[in-house]
Structures are given as C-alpha cells and as structure tokens.
Write a protein that binds this ligand. Structure first.
Ligand code: FAD
Length: 148
C-alpha cells in the first residue's frame, strides 16, 4: 500500500508535563516500530505538531487512536498525502520540546508572523519544512529529545 505522510496539530491538555511526554514517547516507539511508522513530535507553547509516515492504513489507524487521547484536544489535520520517500525515516518516533533557544525561535519566525509556536496557522509545506529544520537542529545536538 502506498507510502503516506500525515501531519496534524493539537493542543496539549492542561497540566501535561514531562512524564506525559516520556509516556507518549515510549508508547509511540513501541507501537510505531511494530507497524513501520516513522515520525517526529514537537511540543512547544502547549501545542503539538506531529508527522507520521508509513502505509496509508496504519497511519490512518494510528492517527485515529491518537486523536482519542485525552492528553490533547482540538486536533487539526494539516496534511495527509502520498509520498515517494520518507523524510523522517530514522526514528519510529522522536519527541522534542522546542524550548526557548534562539535557533528554535529563528525557525519559528521563518514560517510564522510571530516567534510564538503556533502550528495552527501554517500550511502543509511550511509545517513539513519546519519539522525538517527542527530535525536538523536535533541531529546537530542543538536541541535534545525527550528521554525516558
Ligand atoms: P495503553 O497505553 O494501554 O492506553 C490505553 C488507553 O489509555 C488509550 O486510550 C490511551 O489514550 C489512554 N492513556 C494511556 N496513558 C494515558 C495517560 N497517561 N493519560 C491519559 N490517557 C492515557 N501512540 C502511538 O502508538 N504512536 C504515536 O505516534 C503516538 N503519538 C502521540 C502523540 C500525542 C500528541 C499523544 C497525546 C499521544 C500519542 N500516542 C501515540 C499515544 C496514543 O494516543 C495512545 O495512547 C497509544 O497509542 C496507546 O497505546 P497502547 O495501545 O499501548 O494502549
């Protein structure tokens, strides 16, 4: 079945903390590995931006499960399209907290009208480029991923 990429944004539930991010990371790594999903989850300013890549059926099933999770609300689908190749193929899931580093702020500003992380107002191409840019920062060790 065709390879697809899904990107969505959602709002974190009140009181969501680091242990929740660790729990999400652990569940995601385990479940996604089993079904061939790769991707990345960014968390900042109480918002999530996540990309999932894999075959259409498993990505749909995983997204349907994720949007029922009480740890976030108001999920909005930004993109769900067929792709030629994965852009986040190295990980079953990485979770990164955006934080306040100038490098992160510059990437937010590159795709938004303000330096507040607000993925609700970016389009599919911008959201993909944003996630790729953040991944590069992560690969350079500038930002760290959530760790169990
Ligand atoms: P269990 O862990 O046994 O969970 C059973 C039910 O309890 C689920 O409905 C779950 O939503 C809920 N639940 C579990 N822990 C908590 C908690 N601490 N607080 C509130 N409710 C809880 N899962 C993936 O498989 N892949 C992903 O990429 C992925 N990304 C996610 C991104 C976000 C922003 C969020 C909030 C969750 C994500 N999850 C992801 C988790 C997903 O929503 C399910 O919790 C998980 O897939 C269920 O795993 P499980 O089948 O082992 O069930």
């Amino acid at each position: 079945m065709a390879l697809h990429r899904l990107i969505y944004v959602s709002q974190a539930a009140t009181g969501l903390g680091y242990p929740d991010l660790v729990n999400i990371l652990e569940k995601s790594e385990r479940n996604n590995l089993a079904v061939g999903i790769t991707g990345m989850l960014c968390f900042g300013d109480s918002m999530f931006l996540q990309v999932l890549e894999g075959n259409r059926r498993v990505v749909s099933q995983t997204y349907n499960r994720i949007i029922g999770d009480k740890r976030h609300t108001n999920a909005e689908l930004i993109d769900f399209s067929e792709i030629e190749q994965r852009a986040f193929g190295s990980w079953s899931m990485k979770v990164v907290e955006l934080g306040t580093l100038p490098e992160v702020r510059n990437i937010i500003l590159k795709y938004s009208s303000t330096d507040k992380f607000s993925p609700i107002s970016i389009n599919p191409q911008q959201s993909l480029r944003f996630l790729v840019d953040i991944t590069e920062l992560f690969n350079r060790g500038t930002i760290l991923g959530v760790k169990p």
